[in-house]
Design a protein around this ligand. Sequence first.
Ligand code: PRP
Length: 285
Amino acid sequence: MTYLKLAVQKSGRLKEGSLSLLEKCGIRVSNGRDALKVKADNFPLEIFYLRNSDMPRYLQDGVVDIAVIGENLLVEKQSDVKILKRLGFSKCRLSIAVPSGFEYKGLSDLNNKRIATSYPNTLKTYLDSNSINCQIHTISGSVEIAPNIGLSDAVCDLVSSGNTLFTNGLKECELVLKSEAVLAANAELAEWKLKALDKLMFRMDTILNSRKRKYVLMNVPNEKIQSVSKILPVLKSPTVMPLAEPGWSSLHSVIEEDRFWDIIDELKNEGAEGILIAPIDKIVL
Ligand code: PRP
């Protein structure tokens, strides 16, 4: 049997989300202790647990076919790979930060400053495009400590909650790049691999679609079914079932989480009552 080779982080912030997505896709992986590659029990997939920094190269060279990887890393390594899908987890941003006492007024305040980062290429592209001239100090970790030990005037690093910046007395001043976990592929996959990939991506879509949407049920006076239905935009049309109480119906549909609060107000205004919202496990569109 031939297997599609998937790289996931051996350790790091993407690992848990990557394995949880596979599990939700119904792909069983017995995690052999310390194993660096494992075959899925029920899908033609072989999982490679790799160091984050090795993943772009292995993907580009075809050592692995696909990877769940941070977009930030692909941008930094200028990898010649295809981003197939944004996966909606491990969202973060690459930002420039300065000591909190620094009275930052704008990008030109960074001219001739020293900036410590593990993302020198991304930072250089950003500074060049804004005609700012800085000294970039490339360091491989613990970047936020650099200003405190006199190594730099500012840092450029990943920010998620902002805690690391805060505890090191730094404040964000410029957003360089937004990032999240993505599914990326080697640029030249064989035909049979593309077929296996289609199956995997179908499963991922089913999960990702359900994460963005909610199931909604409500009671509606019969004369309002038409106007309430128009507010519910996602699936073909809502399901309508008569209630025991004459003149009323129960209406079921799916709404996008992003529009949840706007839609709820509109529904109430149209006379909907007893609105229930429930999570969805999977959606096949
Ligand atoms: C990243 C980044 C910051 C920290 C920011 O490090 O380099 O240090 O997370 O997160 P926060 O805003 O939630 O505090 P990570 O833990 O991913 O490890 P790394 O040093 O290997 O990048």
